[in-house]
Design a protein around this ligand. Structure first.
Ligand SMILES: Cc1cc2nc3c(=O)[nH]c(=O)nc-3n(C[C@H](O)[C@H](O)[C@H](O)COP(=O)(O)OP(=O)(O)OC[C@H]3O[C@@H](n4cnc5c(N)ncnc54)[C@H](O)[C@@H]3O)c2cc1C
Ligand code: FES
Ligand code: FES
Length: 1305
């Protein structure tokens, strides 16, 4: 008998019949309740965008518990009898914002805003539990939340104001106390004024529904929900569990459903689940003299709290052991996960990287296995529960009821180490727990248990180590002995995500040494020669930051806010969940949903496609494939890219689409589309493409100067190479489109997540054979773009448009994260080979480069940009390279297309240049800053090809400022000092100048249009061709319009970007948005002001509204278009490389980065970043600081930490948020200092401002080379001098391997 679901959402009682267990809480909130503030981004608990607060009442303890959960994982049925609070429930711009929402927005912590509701709800939940949280609590509250835009600093800054401990992070060094002596400008650094924030009053928070408190049956009554495929039971007693198991022997147990959730949601056959959360007794925790007894359903969060409490009450070995367990628990997932996932479930699931299993096995934890058939209980070890191949040894009748965690006895030590690619929300690459029992007098080993995760199918105990170390003394020689045994007995057999087999093997030894060293350093009665591990890489101190921006003294009236800090115009709506993104648009009544069928071969002929079974599935309207496309399209993509015609060219090529009444039906049916392939040879690695010469014919060449002469005059000539990996855009909002057939004259309306409406409009028009004037494309905002929504994503709206016209119904296609990542383009991989000639002083006299850039299977987006990549490589980096030749090869592989990503293919030549400059310094033994300096353009110098870089003095100013503010020279000495003392970890330092031209290279892109309407009430509506994706474009353009029209900003509104208001707008990319669209808005506003002029003159004492009305009554148009284009003479062409300046102005900057690397594992920490950028006269310095920080962290991901991994068959292994790891909140620099230098530029376009979005990303290249500097120090210790190749990203495996640190004592 199905239960009626009762939940309270934002205080409102909801009763729902016939709830399907497959439905998640998120689906229900978004689709049934239209609470679209809670976002769907990854759908697997790995990003926190869907965070909501759940509150429950415990009638025994009489306590209300508030906890955050990931609504995307939570089955709706699991919240029966609970209260759910969403971002909409805590405040709104229409009523009153909650201080959490207000502070996030006003501290500039919301850029695209897609992550904002999730951050808000994590913070809100923290405050509900701790109204005055500590700074440390705030720092760790977002372990489960990701943001791709902000670089996290601003989010933390806003939320830290809730802490009593909050003061200016810089103390004495507060940037407001600094004077910038070399400028006459104001130095200001207040990004917000906390005294203006509404006070947080916990008594105003919504109260827990009394009904749930009074009616105990919500929790004590057993419940059941059924659909045709899934039955979900929540019994209340063990007896009931037994009865259910008798009835359904294969029923699956579940608690938090963080692991089995997928099979509940996507069940294609009959399945029964038994949810154990309410089974009495299974949530008990008790303590005995020897152990803690934990009920199997106790959540990890409760366990953590309990152990924390026990640890404070304990002493000595017991306390230390508990602290190690806490250390481990703090690193399992994020809060949202730990709040629902249970201890018993984790142990039952096992797996190669279960932190809990590794720890439990090491400490000898035991479990009670209750047999639900014969009701007997057996006590077993945790390792008994898993077979050698990693599969579960549990029988369907086995229920874990209790877990027994033993205390450490006297002279028993427990240590934990987890090495992962990201600090939080990350499965381990390798984890390890070590338990040692020593004889206190002799220090001989009584028992040494070393357990590792990540090296095999489950957590593995080094049994030989255990057997052969008994009786050995705990002394230095143990390291070599154990290392040898580990090498013999641990057989790494896992796929290469996270690192190769060799690396993981080596990690087991490195980690053992760390654990050994930790214990060694605590033992007093021991003679040891080992140098202890000083690494602070994993010590997470609170991050701090400073933001300095200078404002030029300009005559501004009160209404003119250009150049002033202005909060992002929709930040408040984003923080309150009111901001509308594409998939937030409520479903139309008769809407159809689309699920894609994608290829699973890297290169293969399609022999046949059979969709007949899928088409017979309930709700399915049809299957679309290549033959259904009515007309060919030509553009960034071709028809064969919408749907593969007869071949798939990469793993992820779209083959077809199932169209159905509901998304669930479409997703279910797509699994039944059968495709037969004949495999063809596939090229996956760029190296293979290079060696097999798989590149476009006639590689592009750009040369300046006389190469022969340059090499002839050189004192030193050498060769080098560098490779650069790909990067995933990882916008938080997945691609989405909704096509609406208007049903008249071929009109179609498409809402789409795109930076380039013009392309979609053109291709839909071609495909449907209707003029462009029938195709309306629009976008309100994007939840991040970074170039990933610019090109090569047109196929998705085209598929929606095809479905909509074919079935004459609205059609929606929102990609799930995996489909998004597998189908879409990524940053181009690259490889460069170079020969360099230089003087003894480090001046580069000649260099010749072969630059290979991977276009993936589609070169049409890479080849046109190649000439500009060459231009950057040769001329435009602020260096005086007089003799240089670069040959650019566009390579082809059977991988995802290479597409522009923030920084575009400027990035590859920049990395290449830094690699060769670094080699020069290394070969000549010169300080890197000196090599930069001798090669930098001096004032009056011409760049290669006789090009003049305007305002080059600004580059030197940024450089000097960076040297000073980072205290670079002082720091260099400190780094050397640290490296002298520290054997196992090394620090590195690097500084770079950055230069960037201003315009997107393709001429057609350098134009922009706008339409400005004034209505008779005086309100102003601005529309322009640019797309808002978090960069603050709309905000800046409102500032411009307000300045020109001389009206307050709140009179002006921007609703969306649409092709029917501003036609033919180029894509918003290449950082040119505010230049071209800002100028267009300015132009339109100036026209309007001119028209209003006579009415102002006539009525000088009047107000804006009076003049507007007077103009209207006088039949004067109050609507004007504006347009801007960059003059054609700026256009640059590879055929005439000495002509055309291509860039109107240049942006300069500099960055110094200090890092520490842990040689034993390859882990690292960014200690400090000092970035200085010149944005001319910044339009909005606080938004621009946010762009700097966000770009730095994205670049840091690109150059250091993010990895796109394919297997040897071309299958993308890093295909979701769990396997692809963008930096998290605790990966940001410990000290994150950013400065905007005010500068004048006669060339700058809009009120003296310069472009912002991409150029700051270049700063983070310094992080990679700082790591290289640290590695060089380690190599020096190892006796290896001279240059070496560090590829990009500088991941942990490379760091560890290149350090070549030998553990020989
Ligand atoms: C984003 C993310 C990050 C993660 N990070 C980490 C990490 O860093 N470290 C780590 O160790 N883990 C990590 N995990 C795994 C996570 O810890 C597990 O998913 C979780 O512990 C499972 O608990 P659950 O209650 O949700 O289990 P469920 O999904 O409800 O069940 C899991 C399995 O356990 C079985 N089961 C449950 N209870 C019992 C019982 N009493 N007796 C027998 N069988 C039972 C179920 O039948 C099922 O097969 C992560 C998971 C996610 C989604
Ligand atoms: S955690 Fe739920 S959408 Fe990412
Ligand atoms: S603001 Fe965080 S993802 Fe865009």
């Amino acid at each position: 008998m199905n239960t009626n679901l009762v939940i309270f959402v934002n205080g409102q009682k909801i009763v729902k019949k016939n709830v399907r267990p497959e439905t998640t809480l998120l689906q229900f909130l978004r689709k049934d309740l239209f609470l679209s503030g809670t976002k769907l981004s990854c759908g697997e608990g790995a990003c926190g965008s869907c965070t909501v607060m759940v509150s429950s009442y415990n009638s025994s303890s009489k306590q209300i518990r508030h906890y955050s959960v990931n609504a995307c994982l939570m089955p709706l049925v699991a919240v029966h009898g609970l209260a759910v609070t969403t971002v909409e429930g805590i405040g709104s711009t229409k009523t009153k914002l909650h201080p959490v929402q207000e502070r996030l927005a006003k501290a500039y912590g919301s850029q695209c805003g897609f992550c904002s509701p999730g951050f808000v709800m994590s913070m809100y939940t923290l405050l509900r539990n701790y109204p005055e949280p500590s700074m440390a609590q705030i720092e760790t509250a977002f372990q489960g939340n990701l943001c791709r835009c902000t670089g996290y600093r601003a989010i933390l800054a806003g939320f830290r104001t809730f802490s009593k401990e909050w003061t200016c992070e810089e103390g004495e060094n507060c940037c407001q106390n600094q004077t910038l002596s070399d400028t006459g400008y104001n130095a200001c650094s207040k990004t917000f004024d906390a005294s203006e924030f509404a006070v947080y009053d916990p008594t105003q928070d919504p109260i827990f529904p009394s009904e749930l408190q009074l009616d105990a049956t919500y929790q004590t009554k057993s419940i059941c929900f059924k659909s045709s495929n899934v039955e979900w039971y929540r019994p209340n007693s063990l007896d009931e569990v037994c009865q259910l198991k008798q009835q359904y022997p294969n029923a699956i147990f579940t608690v938090g459903a963080t692991s089995v959730g997928k099979s509940i949601r996507n069940s294609q056959s009959k399945k029964v689940f038994i949810c154990l959360t309410n089974v009495q007794g299974l949530d008990n925790m008790t303590i005995t003299d020897a152990c803690i007894e934990i009920g199997a359903t106790v959540t990890l969060a409760f366990l953590l709290e309990y152990i924390e409490h026990q640890a404070t009450e304990s002493k000595g070995f017991k306390k230390a052991g508990l602290e190690s367990i806490l250390d481990m628990l703090h690193q399992v997932g994020g809060h949202q996960l730990r709040n629902v996932a249970s201890v018993g479930s984790n142990i039952a699931s096992g797996g190669s990287t279960s932190d809990i299993c590794t720890m439990m096995i090491a400490i000898g934890a035991r479990v009670d296995l209750y047999n639900v058939s014969n009701k007997s209980t057996e006590r077993r070890t945790v390792s008994d529960l898993h077979k050698d191949d990693g599969t579960s040894a549990l029988q369907p009748s086995d229920l874990i009821t209790f877990v027994y965690i033993p205390f450490m006895e006297n002279d028993e030590y427990l240590y934990w180490h987890k090495h992962a690619e990201r600090t939080d929300l990350n499965y381990a690459t390798v984890n390890s727990a070590m338990r040692v029992k020593l004889d206190p007098d002799s220090n001989t080993i009584k028992d040494l248990v070393l357990c590792y995760g990540g090296v095999g199918h489950g957590s593995i105990v080094a049994t030989q180590v255990r057997e052969k170390t008994v009786g050995r003394e705990w002394a230095d020689d143990l390291v070599a002995f154990v290392s040898g045994l580990l090498g013999e007995e641990l057989n790494v057999t896992l796929p290469p995500v996270g690192g190769s087999t060799n690396y993981k093997r080596s990690l087991t030894v490195g980690i053992f040494f760390k654990l050994f060293s930790r214990l060694q350093s605590t033992l007093h009665n021991i003679q040891s020669k080992i140098v202890h591990d000083m690494s602070s890489v994993r010590q997470k101190t609170l991050s701090s930051a400073s933001q300095i921006f200078e404002t030029l003294p300009i005559d501004q009236d009160g209404i003119d806010h250009v150049g002033q800090p202005v909060v992002h115009k929709s930040a408040l709506q984003q923080a309150s969940g009111e901001a509308v993104y594409c998939d937030d648009i409520p479903t139309y009544n008769n809407e159809l949903h689309i699920a894609l069928v994608i290829g699973n071969r890297a290169h293969a002929k399609i022999l046949s496609i059979d969709a007949s079974k899928a088409e017979r599935m309930p709700g399915v309207k049809g299957f679309l494939s290549y033959k259904d496309i009515p007309n060919q399209v030509h553009g960034n993509i071709t028809t064969e890219f919408i749907f593969a015609k007869d071949k798939v060219l990469y793993h992820g090529h779209t083959i077809g689409a199932i169209v159905a009444d509901t998304l669930e039906q479409a997703m279910a049916a797509r699994q039944y589309v059968h495709v037969d392939y004949e495999d063809l040879p596939a090229v996956i690695e760029l190296e293979t493409a290079i060696s097999e010469k798989l590149y476009l014919p006639n590689p592009k060449v750009l040369q300046a100067g006389d190469m022969e002469l340059g090499f002839k005059e050189s004192d030193l000539i050498f060769e080098g190479e560098i490779s650069m990996g790909s990067q995933e855009h990882f916008y938080m909002e997945p691609l989405s489109s909704i096509a609406l057939p208007i049903g008249e004259a071929g009109e179609i309306d498409i809402t789409v997540t795109s930076q380039s409406l013009i392309d979609i409009q053109a291709m839909v028009s071609q495909m449907l054979d209707v003029p462009k004037n029938r195709v309306k494309c629009h976008v309100k905002r994007l939840g991040g773009g970074f170039g990933g929504k610019a090109q090569c994503t047109e196929q998705f709206p085209l598929i929606s448009a095809l479905a909509a016209t074919r079935f004459n119904r609205p059609a929606r296609l929102t990609l799930d994260r995996e489909t998004d990542m597998r189908t879409t383009g990524k940053r181009n991989r690259a490889h460069a080979k170079y020969t360099v000639g230089c003087t003894k002083r480090g001046k580069i006299l000649a260099h010749e480069v072969e630059l290979y850039i991977d276009g993936g299977f589609l070169d049409t987006l890479t080849a046109p940009f190649m000439p500009f990549s060459l231009l950057i490589a040769v001329c435009d980096q602020g260096y005086a390279f007089n003799n240089v030749k670069v040959t650019g090869y566009t390579c082809e592989t059977n991988t995802n297309p290479g597409v522009p990503m923030r920084g575009s293919i400027y990035i590859q030549p920049l990395i290449l240049t830094q690699a060769l400059i670094n080699d020069v310094a290394s070969r000549l033994g010169l300080p890197i800053e000196q090599v930069h300096k001798v090669n930098m353009l001096q004032i009056g110098d011409l760049a290669p090809l006789g090009r003049e870089l305007p305002d080059v003095h600004t580059m030197h100013k940024c450089w000097q400022r960076c040297l000073e503010s980072s205290r670079y020279m002082e720091k260099r000495k400190m780094v050397e000092e640290y490296n002298r003392k520290s054997k196992w970890s090394k620090r590195g330092l690097y500084i770079i100048p950055t230069t960037r031209d201003s315009l997107p290279p393709l001429y057609g892109l350098c134009q922009g249009g706008a339409l400005v309407n004034i209505y008779t009430d005086g309100s102003v509506w601005v529309n322009h061709g640019g797309v808002e994706m978090g960069q603050g474009l709309h905000t800046k353009l409102i500032q411009i319009a307000s300045k020109v029209l001389k009206v307050p900003q709140d009179v002006i509104h921007i609703t969306e970007t649409t092709t029917n208001c501003v036609p033919n707008a180029p894509m918003t990319a290449g950082s040119m948005g505010s230049d071209v669209f800002g100028m267009a808005v300015k132009n339109a506003c100036e026209k309007l002001m001119k028209r209003l002029g006579p009415y102002k003159a006539e009525n000088q004492n009047g107000q804006w509204k009076d003049w507007v009305l007077a103009a209207y009554n006088d039949c004067t148009s109050l609507s004007a278009t504006g347009f801007y284009f960059h003059p054609k003479e700026n256009h640059w062409d590879l055929e005439k490389p000495r002509e055309g300046n291509f860039s109107k102005y240049y942006l300069y900057g500099a960055a110094a980065v200090e890092v520490e690397v842990d040689c034993l594992t390859g882990a690292h920490r960014v200690i400090q970043v000092d970035g200085v950028m010149d944005f001319g006269r910044s339009l909005n310095p606080t938004i621009d600081i946010g762009q700097m920080e966000g770009a730095f962290i994205m670049g840091y991901g690109c150059f250091v930490s993010e990895q796109v991994v394919y297997d040897n068959k071309g299958k993308l292994l890093t295909k979701d948020a769990t396997t692809y790891k963008i930096p998290g909140v605790r990966d940001i620099p410990t000290k994150f200092n950013m400065q905007i230098l005010a500068s004048h530029s006669d060339e700058a376009v809009l009120y003296g401002s310069k472009a912002v979005g991409e150029p700051p990303l270049h700063m983070s290249i310094a992080a990679m080379f700082a790591i290289k500097d640290a590695i060089a120090a380690a190599r020096k210790d190892a006796g290896i001098e001279g240059p070496f190749q560090l590829n990009c990203p500088a991941n942990a495996e490379q760091i560890h391997t290149l350090c070549s640190t030998k553990i020989n004592i």
